[in-house]
Design a protein around this ligand. Structure first.
Ligand code: BF8
Ligand code: SF4
Length: 658
């Protein structure tokens, strides 16, 4: 690890090939070093991760500490209050879940706020774009829809979904979507969420100094809170966004930094809330603003996305996407970005400095997220265009006064995005018999071995995109259909896996299905809150039948190979809580072989949930997942079918070749 010996204005040189496999990011990192600009990659190289924190062996919940335990001898001592290593780790883990769940549910609640104001007529800039979805969601949670006006149904839906957050007692509305046997497991273990606010509050209370000091009991509330995210806050965010802005259907779109255009005003939206982005889309299409851009010498205004709201816009409208989390600083190094507007989550403070170096305007827009050095232009849903128009105007001024030479990597990939869980119905089932039956059939007959969700962040502690790409390639080679969200989806899109032609990388069985339907072997479902689409798809697979009675019976697995955020831990834990084997990469913040570790990695499964897994190696990760899927196939009695179908296909190929 290089030491921090650099002088002011000098950047520690990295071996760039070791930190990223994204060619565009690599090109920009080289330029950044030439320009004397530092990024998170550089800081990660000089900031050694704290070894005690990495193992979660410290507690700073009170001023009798902070207490540090020894991860080499975890039971050798306890904190000043007597807290054991298991209590300390369980509390730390639970607080990551609380924070991640809070991020998703607060975002979901904002979407619900917008929905309420649209329904009561106070917001006029958005409308209900997908009334069919509104009715479907309403019906599913027991709201009468027959012969009623959309507005009436919407009012009831709002009231019902509000319970997801504020309900004090009872089960959250989307518990109705959970397969009965999975729900039974939750009830038996006392983890059906009430309202997210209550669950997060109780978890914060229980992890306070001197409250819950039994790691098993802490884990219960931790699971309940995570489920309030997945089947609550995140699911509401997805469903309401679809209702307001449209449910995604497959769309061709470009991904990577080559989406920037030298002769246009380039505006990037980076964050998580689709409303900012939707309004910006209106602003950049406003004839007056386009005219102003032309008068400033630009050919047009070019809008591109980054991170999760970018992934939503990619899915819904085919808006180009410029890159994932570890590329957000690098893209500013192009000098071509005239404005970057951010809202909430995963916005590095480091952006402010890089933006300043290249004269890019960095705007914060959400009252929850200001950044020192960035200009704050607040976004109000009641008058959204005020904010987005102002940003476009300032971007045009920046374009006119561009000082720096511009260098845009000429790299982009075309692919198909926008696979909602609803669309999987039509795609595999056809318009007339839309259902998950064909997916289940293809799993039962063995063409598709199982389904894996590969999701989550990128992280400068591992080579950017590499673990995602290698893992997914390995999975599809083994006939595992991969569904994706967030930064992972973008990693694979950059690598070209979202084109239908990528089917040739899949095993014979999966390839046959992909070619028959014309779909890529990897399906992108959108942003991180859209992981809820994977939950719904799992519930649907159980409902259709033939693959067991609960989500825990399904031949599925999940992974976040380059995770970094607390949100990722919350997502991981709600998948585990729902019955899915979930493997994380990079590092796992718990000491192996401790009681709490055994609970997460083995014990939860015995209670009817899924379980956690860990490895930093993509090939080992794929093996763990495939082995798990095969184990589930065996338990379902469908392991032989796969051998037969593969033999059949080989025989057919031999015949064709003869
Ligand atoms: O919610 S995948 S780095 S951008 S946390 Fe963040 Fe991770 Fe990206 Fe979106 Ni999700
Ligand atoms: Fe130490 Fe206990 Fe205080 Fe934590 S709660 S800092 S373990 S004394």
């Amino acid at each position: 690890m290089p030491k921090e010996t650099k002088k002011e204005g000098e950047v520690q040189k990295l071996n760039i090939k070791d930190v990223t496999t994204c060619p565009a990011t690599a090109q920009m990192l080289e330029k950044a070093e030439r320009d004397g600009v530092e990024t998170a990659f550089h800081r990660a190289a000089t900031m050694k991760a704290c070894p005690i924190g990495a193992d979660s062996a410290c507690c700073k919940h009170c001023s009798m500490g902070p207490c540090r335990l020894n991860s080499k001898d975890p039971y050798g001592r306890v904190g000043v209050c007597g807290a054991t290593i298991d209590t300390i780790m369980a509390r730390n883990f639970a607080r990551m879940v609380a924070s991640g769940a809070a991020a998703h549910t607060d975002h979901g609640m904002s979407m619900l706020d917008v929905f309420r104001e649209v329904v009561n007529g106070k917001i006029k800039d958005y409308t209900i774009k997908d009334p069919m979805k509104l009715e479907e969601v309403a019906r599913e949670i027991g709201i009468e829809t027959e012969g009623r006006e959309t507005a009436e149904i919407a009012t009831d839906l709002y009231k019902e979904l509000e319970r997801t957050y504020v309900q004090v007692e009872g089960e959250i509305p989307f518990a109705k979507r959970v397969p009965p046997k999975t729900l039974e497991t939750w009830r038996k273990n006392g983890v059906v969420p009430r309202g997210a606010m209550r669950e997060i509050m109780e978890l914060m209370h229980r992890t306070h100094m001197g409250v819950d000091q039994d790691y098993e009991n802490i884990t219960k509330q931790c699971t309940r809170t995570a489920l309030a995210d997945g089947w609550g806050g995140s699911m509401v965010a997805t469903e309401i966004s679809d209702i307001l802005f449209g449910t995604p259907t497959p769309v061709r779109a470009e991904v990577d930094m080559g989406c920037l255009k030298e002769n246009q005003v380039n505006i990037i939206i980076h964050g998580h809330e689709p409303n900012l982005f939707e309004s910006m889309l209106e602003s950049v299409n406003d004839p007056t603003l386009i005219q102003a851009a032309r008068e400033a010498g630009a050919e047009d205004i070019n809008l591109v996305g980054m991170c999760c709201s970018g992934a939503e816009m990619l899915s819904r409208h085919g808006i180009p996407h410029a890159g994932n989390f570890m590329s957000t600083e690098a893209i500013l190094v192009t000098g071509a970005v005239d404005a970057m507007a951010v809202d909430v989550q995963c916005i590095k403070q480091g952006l402010a400095k890089v933006a300043e170096c290249y004269g890019t305007k960095l705007f914060t827009t959400n009252p929850r997220c200001h950044i020192e050095g960035a200009q704050h232009v607040e976004f109000h849903e009641h008058k959204p265009k005020e904010c987005t128009d102002a940003i476009v105007e300032m971007a045009i001024v920046r374009f006119k006064n561009r000082q720096m030479p511009v260098e845009i990597p000429r790299i982009k990939s075309m692919g198909i995005h926008g696979f909602s869980h609803e669309y999987i119905n039509y795609m595999l089932g056809g318009t007339f018999r839309s259902s998950y039956t064909p997916l289940n059939d293809n799993i039962i007959n063995g063409r598709i071995r199982g389904v894996a969700g590969v999701v989550g962040c990128t992280n400068p502690r591992v080579k950017q995109d590499w673990v995602h790409v290698e893992l997914v390639k390995e999975l599809i080679k083994n006939d595992v259909l991969v569904v994706q969200t967030g930064c992972s989806q973008i990693a694979l899109a950059k690598a070209g896996l979202y084109s239908p032609e990528a089917a040739h990388l899949a095993g014979a069985g999966l390839r046959e299905v992909c070619e028959a339907v014309g779909m890529p072997p990897v399906l992108g479902l959108g942003s991180c809150v859209d992981n809820s689409r994977i939950l719904i798809a799992c519930a649907e697979m159980v409902r259709v039948g033939g693959l067991g009675d609960s989500i825990a019976d399904l031949p599925v697995a999940g992974a976040a190979p380059e995770w970094m955020s607390e949100k990722a831990i919350s997502i991981g834990h709600y998948f585990v809580g729902s019955g899915v084997y979930t493997v994380f990469g990079v590092t796992f913040p718990i000491i192996a072989e401790t009681k709490f570790h055994k609970l997460l990695f083995e014990g939860l499964e015995k209670l009817g949930f899924g379980k956690w897994g860990f490895t930093a190696d993509p090939y080992e990760m794929a093996q763990l997942m495939v082995r798990h899927i095969d184990g589930k196939r065996k338990a379902l009695g469908i392991d032989k079918a796969r051998e037969r179908v593969l033999m059949d296909m080989a025989a057919r190929r031999d015949l064709e070749a003869a």
